[in-house]
Design a protein around this ligand. Structure first.
Ligand code: XMP
Length: 512
């Protein structure tokens, strides 16, 4: 059994980030509800416990508290923010409401040596977000660092290996915060750092098997990274109990359906049902020009088609989704916080409620790069793992205005050329997204001796870290020249190619 760090979740928005930082150190971590009884935790090969931050105050009557026996397990404990205040309170110190809420950056000054702050400079910028503070240390504790606002910003009971941090080491704004966590994990807990993403596969597979039992699971496969990794993972866990539904909405890129069918049907032998519904989507979209209306129609028809496929399959209990952690905005509802807020996937957001299915979301704790690593461990090809994001409504928001089959055909060919050239020159892997948009305007051109009056293709190639902001990518003119020449020469109906040089904001990545 892997050495495990238990992260007790008191509702902090950073709980998953803590778990991720631990995984980055090649150590396995598992998140538990704060109230998990010690006998449950003791089933793990525990090397240490981290108490997360949280929105509550230990001064409240209904403050969330852990099973007190965690302090008798004999493993090191690190309390972060609320976790530190909780240790202050439960272990016999005192906590008071701070006069000033300490929010944002502060300066941490080291006062004495501690394995937690090993090899760190005397002063560090750290990131705070708390209203209460410890005003008297519990017996056995010493202060080892202070901030402007608190004498007890880092505390230690070296004998029992209990530590507390008033700030958040897990966020990037805390200088060398990761080293502090690592000092705890390796220096104090003596973790081995031998855990790998491929070990995670085994753990998650077991969890999926336990949760699903002999029931059936359905998954809407889009062909993107997240749903593909979820499909491969769940299939490995429960084999033929999984059915994947791929909806061909007629708004896909060139050869998209063939690729999905080859990989998941022929290669992985997944029970894959393709719903060939292009004409149905196009019919529903006829005459519609407003982007949001188009999105709504595409979303609604998708749900109808998916629903019909599920009915054909019969008894299904679970709907699997490739939801990642960044899609989950808030942590679980704790300390009177509102219930978990989930940014629903544009396509399947309404599905679980309508179909009364239980959710299976095995990637819910992972970040995108971790999902890619998981996909690699599962044997998915690089071409799948490193795909650019593709919007749920597909080419439906890349044909501007009314969608017509003839426009889609032109766009598909142009887009295929762009992607081919981006891949050939190595620029595909260097940008966030690269795609074509179809402009339903006609311009005059001349080809051979003939005058042409044809459509315009826009090239949108952007760099971004998270799609929240983006900038147009500076692709060499020589590469753009080949792309433009090829599109105009090879795609009938296009006689002009333009380059989008707008950043987001104020523009968006997609044109609609
Ligand atoms: P924007 O255009 O808002 O796009 O800058 C940000 C990112 O989101 C993708 N996008 C969508 N994804 N359904 C999706 O699943 C949508 O309706 C949608 N609209 C935009 C876009 O491709 C980019 O990665």
């Amino acid at each position: 059994m892997s050495q495990t760090i238990a992260v007790l979740d008191f509702g902090s928005q950073y709980t998953q980030v803590i778990a991720r930082r631990i995984r980055e150190c090649n150590i396995y971590s598992k998140i538990f509800h704060y109230s998990t009884p010690v006998k449950e935790l003791a089933k793990e090969n525990l090397q240490g416990i981290i108490l997360s931050g949280g929105p509550s105050s230990v001064l409240r009557k209904d403050a969330p508290l852990p099973d007190k026996k965690i302090f008798e397990l004999g493993v090191p404990v690190l309390g972060i923010c609320y976790g530190l205040q909780l240790m202050g309170k439960v272990l016999g110190g005192s906590v008071e409401k701070s006069e000033r809420r300490e929010y944002g950056r502060g300066t941490l000054t080291l006062k004495r040596k501690s394995p937690l702050l090993k090899d760190l400079p005397k002063q560090l910028k750290v990131w705070n977000s708390h209203g209460d503070k410890v005003t008297a240390l519990p017996p056995g504790f010493k202060a080892i660092a202070a901030t402007e606002n608190s004498d007890y910003a880092v505390i230690e009971d070296a004998k029992r290996k209990f530590y507390g941090l008033q700030f958040h080491p897990e966020v990037v704004h805390s200088e060398r915060g990761i080293e502090i966590l690592k000092n705890f994990l390796v220096g104090v807990c003596k973790c081995k750092q031998d855990w790998k993403m491929s070990d995670y596969v085994d753990t998650v597979i077991k969890e999926i098997q336990e949760k699903v039992g002999d029931k059936r699971v359905i998954l809407g496969l889009s062909g993107g990274v997240d749903s593909s990794v979820a499909a491969a993972l769940i299939h490995k866990a429960i084999g033929s109990q999984l059915t994947c539904v791929f909806v061909d909405n007629g708004l896909l890129r060139l050869h998209e359906r063939d690729r999905v069918e080859e990989l998941f049907g022929d290669h992985f032998h997944i029970d894959l049902r393709t719903a060939k519904s292009g004409p149905r989507f196009l019919k529903a979209l006829k005459g519609v020009t407003d982007p949001e209306k188009k999105r709504k129609i595409i979303g609604k028809v998708f749900i109808d088609v998916f629903d019909e496929e599920v009915k054909k399959i019969g008894d299904v209990d679970f709907l699997a989704q490739g939801t990642l952690y960044p899609d989950v905005i808030e942590s679980v509802a704790i300390g009177g916080n509102p219930a978990a807020l989930i940014k629903s996937h544009h396509n399947v957001g309404g599905l679980p409620k309508r179909m009364k299915l239980k959710l299976l979301e095995p990637l819910r704790e992972l970040f995108k790069d971790e999902v890619r690593a998981l996909g690699k461990a599962l044997g998915l090809p690089d071409s799948m793992i490193w795909r650019h994001p593709f919007p749920g409504p597909g080419l439906g928001v890349r044909v501007l205005g009314e969608i017509k089959k003839s426009y889609l055909d032109i766009l598909r060919q142009a887009d295929h050329i762009l992607l081919e050239e981006m891949k050939r020159t190595g620029y595909y892997g260097k940008v966030w997204q690269a795609f074509c948009v179809f402009l339903p305007v006609r311009t005059v051109g001349v080809m051979g001796d003939e005058r042409t009056y044809d459509y315009v293709i826009g090239l949108r190639i952007v760099e971004s870290l998270d799609a929240m902001t983006a900038d147009w990518a500076h692709i060499p003119h020589s590469v753009l020249q080949i792309i433009s020449n090829r599109i105009i020469n090879e795609v009938k109906g296009v006689n002009r190619v333009v380059l989008d040089i707008s950043s987001k904001p104020p523009s968006t990545i997609e044109w609609e």
